[in-house]
Design a protein around this ligand. Sequence first.
Ligand SMILES: C[S@@+](CC[C@H](N)C(=O)[O-])C[C@H]1O[C@@H](n2cnc3c(N)ncnc32)[C@H](O)[C@@H]1O
Length: 259
Amino acid sequence: MSDQTDLPEHVARNRAHWDELAAQHVAPGERAWADNDPKWGIWGIAEAEAKLLPDDLDGLDVIELGCGTAYVSSWLARRGATVTGIDNSPVQLETAARLQREHDLAFPLHLGNAEDLPFEDASFDLAISEYGACLWADPYKWVPEAARVLRPGGRLIFLTNSALRLLCEADDGNPIGDRLVRSYFGMHRVEWSDDDSVEFHLTHGDWIELLRSNGFEVEALRELRPPEGATTPYTEVPLEWARRWPSEEAWIARLREPA
Ligand SMILES: C[S@@+](CC[C@H](N)C(=O)[O-])C[C@H]1O[C@@H](n2cnc3c(N)ncnc32)[C@H](O)[C@@H]1O
């Protein structure tokens, strides 16, 4: 594992946050590593439904941005990809490294900030993030970095909270409701009163502009709907809500090839 010093303020805060939260993510990480079928997001939506991954992963060089316990990387490695994980939390990476040993599936894990990647230009064919850097790092910093380390034609896939969910989520600890309680315009850095973490959310228009200005074409915006009867350990989103409105969204973009 490599280290980086002089972290930006929000990155240092999120490192402390995730080092503390890591213990809660051990059991979910163990379950996801043991399950060879990708299941995405807080509702565990099957890949056949979510359709996030390319049909053929064999031989692709993949970077997972904010890999946490690295179960997404494990799914991709078992499908023939050459994966690398990077994460800002040493404690999350300790779990990832233990699970690698237990599953006899080794790949490089880097301690680092997705806003400042320790990789050469054009090193990867796919960059992926499930509630990782795409939620906890500044998009105006990590998206240009993802573009830099991808090869022309490479894909960026990320899954995060929907913009709509954030608009309906008051900072009062209660589940989200059916009213807009935040401003849409100007959405970017978001902090919560009950912890010290920093999240980032953009409007759809701003995501498209940011992706396009960094050389990406948006291929899909998948607004994920949990199946009837789905469950989640997260209490913020009632199933009835997520069956009516998207609580999660996944972006699939492709880096333009030179003309
Ligand atoms: C929710 S976990 C994502 C991993 C896994 N897909 C999951 O859903 O549990 C969020 C991860 O993002 C990492 N993270 C936060 N900010 C980051 C940054 N700037 N660069 C890299 N990783 C970051 C955290 O350390 C944490 O392990």
